[in-house]
Design a protein around this ligand. Structure first.
Ligand code: HEM
Length: 568
């Protein structure tokens, strides 16, 4: 074989050796032959070297691509995020089992975030979303203590209603103007204001003014809204820094991408880092304000005077409202430990990390869900009429909205929100790391360390579970609409074939959304307050069909434009 002899001779030269090494390295990095072999039994779309399925993801949007792959390739398949395979699980029983079994988020998931975070990497890592082990348990307990327990949840209703009072006054001024309103942006202002009051007892000064522009917040609130918007925008694949696809394509070079993204940021990276720094700075200022108040209270007590939060304006700080921060609040739980348990007291960096998470999670997901509910009501007048009738019946005769009414007396309103979240869940898939080899049946064994991706959006659109899955039918979540009987529990409906694990917009298992009760309360209170006073119709400015996009969350791509009128 003269050709082989010449090749062997060539690779013994210095140039030939370099060529051989480069070829092996590129093959190894780009194709990962062993990895492809390990996943050979998993069906799925063909993945290009280096890029995997990134071109399809960019062209179709992540949610559309994952859902269509799950439908096409069955209950267990794989897709390639660059050079890494994600095992896509599209079977309710497997999703339930594995969401509960694996508490860890994939290590490479954190890498994707960290490319974008720059100097805020430590804060990102300390936040409950990416924290692991004991740090995760400790930080999660703080959220649980302040926004899941029924008593603490009920204590947040007055703050939500205060914000809604101001927000409906803003809409009332707007309703006379016949201008289109982007309700997604306006509700972002509202939810940020609510998160400020609920978590910190402060007024960010959101939702003032009365024009139709994207957001009416100014000052710190305006900067915070802009930062949060940039933060979510730069998490969308098409708006993200070029270092993100590089990280996905060449994960072995992660230290290089981290360094370069931090020291030689492109424009999108600069925007992402600036946005994250702003949110982190606000979280730090809130922590410092709390510390200063505490120190002042201690000093006042020592000198025999009154101290503590008094609801006033603080120089250079945020205005405190509703008596300032309460002892059962999120801030107090972070700073003093849950119910005073010193071992639960968070470090400064953890406090900033959780504050960051609270503001970001509370702002985007809940406002998107509520604006999508308004969109669906505007396009389904019979549902809007039924909701308005329920609200009128419950709040007739000038009755005030209360925590009890919200929890017990508004089943149709709750069904509207659940059906909105089924159709358009704010997060469309759950990711976990398999920390042991996992046998998924039919000879498909997922190697330890792999990423499991639970395709919850696909399950919530499965026609075998949800007849006519694209239809908006809140009745599915009421006893009258539960095919096969069942009714609905407060969170898990028994619609959808009586399987309690087929409705999962808040995820499930150990990493399930810790804000799910707060989100339901805030969305319900908002729908009730708005539909009591106003009617919403789509404005011609609203493109149809509605375009949704996946970034960190899944929501309206270009706002939700509506005309608001006062109800007669
Ligand atoms: C409609 C609104 C919301 C939706 C659809 C939503 C959805 C989700 C989903 C799907 C997850 C991942 C769950 C999993 O992996 O199993 C999650 C996690 C999380 N959510 Fe939410 N969420 C919403 C509102 C909120 C709010 C208001 C907060 C808090 C202020 C919040 C805080 C969190 C946190 C901290 C995590 C991470 C939990 C952990 O890793 O242990 N979410 N959310």
């Amino acid at each position: 074989m003269p050709g082989l002899g010449a090749l062997l001779a060539f690779i013994q030269t210095p140039l030939g050796a370099v060529w051989l090494i480069c070829t092996l390295v590129i093959t190894w990095l780009g194709w990962y032959p062993l990895r492809r072999y390990a996943f050979r039994k998993f069906p799925g779309p063909f993945g290009l070297p280096f890029l995997g399925n990134l071109p399809q993801i960019a062209a179709m949007d992540t949610t559309a691509f994952l859902t269509s792959s799950a439908v096409k390739y069955g209950p267990v398949c794989k897709v390639w995020f660059g050079t890494r395979p994600w095992v896509l699980i599209n079977d309710p029983e497997l999703i339930r089992r594995h969401s509960f079994r694996w508490p860890a988020r994939p290590a490479n998931f954190a890498s994707y975030f960290h490319v974008m975070t720059g100097e805020n990497r430590a804060i990102d890592r300390a936040g409950v979303v990416l924290a692991e082990g004991e740090a995760w348990r400790r930080t999660r307990r703080v959220f649980e203590a302040s926004i899941i327990h029924p008593a603490s949840l009920a204590a947040h209703v007055p703050a939500m209603l205060r914000c809604l009072g101001r927000f409906t006054a803003r809409l009332d001024r707007h309703a006379g103007s016949a201008q289109p309103l982007d309700v997604a942006a306006a509700l972002g202002d509202l939810m940020l204001a609510a998160m400020g009051q609920i978590a910190y007892g402060v007024d960010f000064g959101c939702e003032e003014g009365a024009d139709s522009s994207a957001s009416n917040s100014s000052g710190v609130a305006g900067e915070l809204v802009a930062a949060l918007r940039d933060l979510f925008e730069t998490m969308r694949m098409e708006n993200a820094t070029a270092y993100l696809p590089l990280q996905l394509m060449f994960p072995a070079l992660e230290p290089l991408w981290l360094w370069a993204a931090h020291h030689m940021p492109d424009a999108k990276q600069t925007k992402a880092m600036r946005a994250r720094s702003k949110v982190a700075e606000v979280s730090r200022l809130l922590m410092e304000q709390w510390q200063a108040n505490k120190a002042a209270a201690v000093a006042a007590a020592a000198s025999g005077g009154a101290g503590g939060a008094d609801g006033g304006d603080r120089a250079g700080g945020f205005k405190e409202v509703g008596g300032g921060i309460s002892s059962s609040s999120f801030m107090a739980a972070m700073m003093e430990g849950r119910r005073g348990a010193v071992e639960d007291r968070l470090s400064d960096i953890e406090v900033i990390g959780q504050g960051f998470t609270f503001l970001a999670a509370g702002y985007e997901t809940t406002s998107a869900a509520t604006s999508l509910a308004l969109f669906l009501l505007a396009t389904h007048p019979e549902a809007a009429a039924r909701l308005a009738a329920e609200v009128d019946a419950v709040l007739g005769g000038g009755r005030e909205l209360t925590a009890e009414l919200l929890a017990e007396k508004l089943p149709y309103t709750e069904a509207v929100i659940k059906e909105t979240l089924r159709l358009h869940p704010g997060i469309t898939f759950l990711v976990r790391e398999a920390t042991e080899d996992v046998d998924l049946g039919a000879g498909r064994v997922v190697p330890r360390g792999s990423t499991l991706c639970m395709a919850t959006h696909a399950v919530m659109h499965d026609p075998d579970i949800w007849p006519e899955p694209e239809a908006f039918r809140p009745e599915r979540f009421l006893p009258e609409g539960s095919a096969g009987g069942g009714g609905s529990s407060s969170l898990w409906p028994t619609a959808g074939g009586n399987n309690p694990h087929v409705w999962a917009p808040f995820g499930m298992g150990t990493r399930m959304c810790v804000g799910h009760k707060l989100a339901m309360m805030a969305s319900k209170a908002t729908l009730v307050s708005l539909c009591q006073r106003f009617s919403f119709a789509l404005h011609p400015k609203q493109p149809l069909p509605l375009k949704l996009k996946t970034g960190l969350t899944y929501g309206p791509a270009d706002g939700v434009w509506m005309t608001v009128t006062r109800r007669g």
